[in-house]
Design a protein around this ligand. Structure first.
Ligand code: MF3
Ligand code: CO
Length: 250
């Protein structure tokens, strides 16, 4: 069942998502050669707590940290470590916040120092795919139109969309229905109709090579099967009385 949110609930989700955006903005500034992902995680957790909120991922199914920090061939869900970032790396920063009963969730991918042209294209394509997907969010449209728009755009540029992980509804739980694939699922029709009160976390994960992924032995880190680079962007988006609103706008 897709849980529709009232205007008051969306107001609360504005706050949790504003905190997400603020933290991502802040740790974005720290991205540089030499910083460790564990340091980024500590900064993120401190800001969340200072805001009177909780890190949503910490403790979620046993996940140990506030931040998912996925570097290079890591797709999503990488646990922060003492490994230092190097020139030319790319890093996905994925963050969830819980505030007064409601969740916020967003992600960005950034280059460390100078990155090569094709890598920059991978990042630009993923960010653009997210916004192309968001443009399809309208009352009366259907869920898999979002999926199809993302898939078509990404594949037209020669990259691939991850199939094993998807976006999701969000509210009083981090993950609610519906699942939001970044590809059109075969033989499933249009998907549900989009309605006022839906809050959706759209999160394309885009690979330079094949769409296949593996989970490492830590049971969290998702990597590309061919170990080519992967990029990830996410926003939490609400369909409100006044139209579509990106709650986690950075
Ligand atoms: N943004 C991701 C998601 O929606 C991260 C959550 S995984 C967690 O799936 F375990 F770290 F919480
Ligand atoms: Co998410």
């Amino acid at each position: 069942m897709i849980i529709l949110k009232s205007q008051q609930e969306i107001e609360k989700m504005r706050i949790s998502n504003r905190i997400v955006a603020e933290v991502l903005n802040r740790i974005k500034e720290e991205i540089d050669v030499g910083i460790t992902t564990a340091e980024l995680d500590r900064i993120a957790e401190n800001i969340i707590i200072k805001n009177g909120a909780e890190p949503a991922f910490k403790g979620y199914r046993g996940y140990p940290n506030a931040l998912c920090a996925s570097v290079n061939e890591e797709v999503v869900h990488s646990i922060p470590t003492e490994r230092s970032l190097m020139e030319g790396d790319i890093i996905s920063l994925d963050l969830g916040v819980f505030y007064e009963g409601y969740y916020g969730d967003a992600a960005i991918t950034l280059g460390v120092g100078k990155i090569d042209e094709k890598t920059q294209r991978l990042l630009d394509t993923t960010r653009e795919a997210l916004f192309i997907g968001i443009e399809k969010i309208k009352e009366g449209n259907y869920l898999y139109n979002i999926s199809g728009a993302i898939q078509t755009y990404v594949e037209s540029l020669g990259f691939s969309v991850v199939r094993a992980f998807v976006g999701h509804g969000i509210g009083t739980s981090l993950h609610e229905e519906p699942q939001i694939p970044n590809f059109v699922p075969p033989n499933k029709g249009t998907g549900p109709e989009l309605k006022k009160g839906m809050v959706l976390a759209i999160e394309p994960m885009v690979n330079m090579g094949s769409s296949e992924v593996n989970v490492l032995d830590d049971n969290w880190t998702v990597v590309t099967a061919d170990r080519t680079l992967s990029s990830h962007f996410e926003h939490t988006v609400a369909i409100t009385e006044n139209g579509v609103e990106i709650l986690s706008q950075i």
